[in-house]
Design a protein around this ligand. Structure first.
Ligand code: KIV
Ligand code: ZN
Length: 499
């Protein structure tokens, strides 16, 4: 019989810490529901003390989701734990995730403390959290660089105090797979009472070893893995859920199963990427655009003769459906609603569906085929509806050997403004015209343009970073016209300014 591995998804906590990836509560609920459909066991919904937004999201996710355990992060601090317990009050299954740094550098520089005092604080935090919930997870931050003997003492103490899960994070992504596997093995062999709790992996990808480290952790006894969709997370990211789920599915011989419904992997990946405006690298394992594309002649020939020659996963297993309905200008509301549903977006409200359908028809008139990525972009744009600065119109004249000229019209809280400017290209001209209306000291720091699919009629996605008043703001725009997408992305940044 196979062993069961618990999947702890931290897309909405560690993943959401990525600059520019912040979601509002409605979007987080959408992701949480998709994670529930995907079959994750635990959803880390946020760090409630860190902001009112996080607090509120944990409350709303707790109400919206039924089966998975909802987990809230805290430091080993009583007021954090009080706050997490309050945020979890509606969760059907709840967990508090508390912890403290255990490496010598964390003990010395972060806490100006010593090893014995850290154990006392860890135990006190677990006991305090146990007053609120039965299920308490403890994290030993920077466990990857913590001396194993000391780590074993910490783990033993928190299990005695009632921890049900103990998380061994490789916070800095430093460990080698063999070293991380050995760490878990050491704990399994040296901690008294280790079987009263589940050991969990939490690996970061700074050296590209997060998945390998997680796998070694599992092979050596960990029975929970902390992962994110598309591997997003702090710096180089966390272990990606889809990689671990598919490794265990492909390698049945390992004898470990998860509850993941793998056919939901690609739709969930697209939903997260689209809501977070975080493109997935084309060659990303499992969910990258090219993950199943055979381009060389030899490979294509082999696949045509027998797919097993070059394919270890049937794309249908991860939810890539060759027969997916392609939406066109002749598709109806029901088809649009169905494709959104397949991609994890539920549109129950008829008025919302109507508004979305109108936008869809405009796009379908410009593009022959509207893809899942396109409709996710349209659905995402709905949430920007309440913005105070809106693009009213944009006209650009450009070409080789002439200066580009742009006229921009903005609607700012109902008032109309217009300006024009020349520039060294159409985007430059349009942004200069925009800046003549919004007279603020703002600087464009980063600007990327990406086509979603293929074809000259494709939607272009633009990501921008604009610096204003000491802060960097992240903006996103999508349109079949890349100059419009660029101006929309700049306006998206402006709408996020704090003043
Ligand atoms: O990477 C880490 O150590 C963490 C902990 C807060 C669990 O994210
Ligand atoms: Zn982390």
């Amino acid at each position: 019989m196979s062993d069961r591995l618990f999947i702890f998804d931290t897309t909405l906590r560690d993943g959401e810490q990525v600059p520019g990836c912040q979601l509002n509560t409605v979007e987080k609920i959408q992701v949480a529901k998709a994670l529930e459909q995907l079959g994750v066991d635990v959803i880390e919904a946020g760090f409630p003390i860190s902001s009112p937004g996080d607090f509120n999201s944990v409350i709303e996710i707790s109400k919206a989701v039924t089966w998975p355990t909802i987990c809230a992060l805290t430091r080993a601090v009583e007021k954090d734990i009080d706050c997490a317990a309050e945020a979890l009050k509606y969760a059907k299954h709840k967990r508090i995730h508390t912890g403290i740094g255990t490496s010598d550098s964390h003990i010395k520089y972060k806490f100006n403390s010593n090893r014995e005092e850290i154990i006392e604080r860890a135990v006190a935090a677990v006991k305090y959290a146990k007053r609120y919930v039965e299920d308490v997870e403890f994290y030993a931050e920077d466990a990857g660089r913590t001396d194993n003997e000391y780590l074993a003492r910490v783990v033993e103490a928190v299990i005695k105090a009632g921890a049900t899960v103990v998380n061994i994070p490789d916070t800095t992504g430093y460990c080698l797979p063999e070293e991380y596997g050995h760490k878990i093995k050491y704990l399994m062999e040296h901690v008294d009472g280790v079987h009263k709790a589940v050991l969990s992996t939490h690996c970061h990808n700074d050296l590209g070893m997060a998945t390998a480290n997680t796998l070694q952790g599992v092979l050596n006894g960990a029975r929970q893995v902390e992962v994110t969709i598309n591997g997003i997370g702090e710096r180089a990211g966390n272990t990606s859920l889809e990689e671990i789920a598919m490794i265990l599915k492909c390698h049945k011989g390992v004898g470990i199963d998860t509850n993941i419904n793998t056919t939901k992997i690609c739709p969930t990946s697209r939903l997260v990427s689209s809501l977070m405006n975080m493109p997935v690298q084309p060659n990303k394992a499992i969910v990258g655009r090219n993950a199943f594309a055979h381009s060389s002649g030899i490979h294509q020939d082999g696949v045509l003769k027998n797919v097993q020659t070059y394919e270890i996963i049937d794309p249908k297993e991860v939810g890539l459906d060759d027969n997916a309905i392609v939406l066109t200008a002749r598709s109806g509301r029901a088809a649009l609603k169905y494709r959104l549903h397949v991609n994890g977006v539920e549109v129950e409200d008829e008025a919302k569906l109507d508004a979305l359908y109108k936008k869809f028809l405009v796009l379908a008139d410009k593009k022959k085929e509207v893809t899942d990525d396109d409709i996710l972009v349209l659905a995402g744009a709905e949430s920007a509806e309440g913005h105070s600065v809106k693009l009213d119109y944009l006209q650009v004249t450009t070409g080789k050997g002439v200066k580009s000229v742009a006229s921009v019209g903005l609607d700012i809280s109902g008032q109309k403004f217009e300006e024009c400017s020349t520039g060294n290209g159409p985007v430059d001209a349009a942004i200069k015209a925009l800046k003549r209306i919004i007279r603020k000291n703002m600087t464009l720091k980063e600007f990327t343009i990406q086509a979603i699919d293929k074809g000259s009629d494709d939607l272009g996605k633009v990501h921008m970073q604009v610096e204003y008043d000491g802060h960097v703001y992240y903006g996103f725009g999508a349109d079949t016209d890349i100059v419009t997408a660029s101006v929309e992305a700049y306006i998206d940044c402006i709408n996020k300014f704090r003043d």
